[in-house]
Design a protein around this ligand. Sequence first.
Ligand code: URA
Length: 232
Amino acid sequence: MAVTWLLVPFTRSQEIALAAMKTLVVDHPLVAHKLTALRDVRTDSPTFRRLADELVTLLAYEATRDVRVVDATVSTPVAPAHGVRLARPAPLVVPILRAGLGMLDGMTRLLPTAEVGFLGMIRDEGTLKAQTYATRLPEDLSGRQCYVLDPMLATGGTLAAAIQLLFERGAEDVTAICLLAAPEGLAYMEQVFTDSGNPVRVVTAALDERLNEHGYIVPGLGDAGDRLYGVV
Ligand code: URA
């Protein structure tokens, strides 16, 4: 996992293709501006929530670039116009509780007809392994495009477990939207999804330096759940 990927001179957004997945680091001044304010330790919870919400909408715009559509024709007051509408089945948006909940409104603002499933996952702070404590998802996800919301792609354990669960239920392709990613997490995702045969995309506002010994992203933004909702 080379940090030199970031040196590839893409003009707008940096797309990094790995063997089994693609990572898009969205390179846009508004994204960078909001992310900088989000990282700032002085940013209070109400402002953090608003910024995260706005940031997700910007990331969602890029993340939905491959959303499936079908041809559609409408009549304008003047003449028929050929266009598209979202294909069925509707995309499924899956926030990973609890921090992913802070990304839901920003996502559904852009994709209001999407259905929403929920996954409650918690990281054991000792082992850094993910445990599922709540699942509210359709049993059959055949043919579905899924968008997983998880603000921090740190070790990758939680996100990979969530995505595997979606594929086990028949999801067609999965895009993860993360505010931040660590190189270690992307490497883990690559390892898990290599040869899986299922397309996985990660869309993020930044690829940070590394994880620290506590599994936190450096420089990161701290604990996303705590900053959104307080320490409860
Ligand atoms: N989860 C967080 O909330 N922050 C990190 O830096 C890593 C995991």
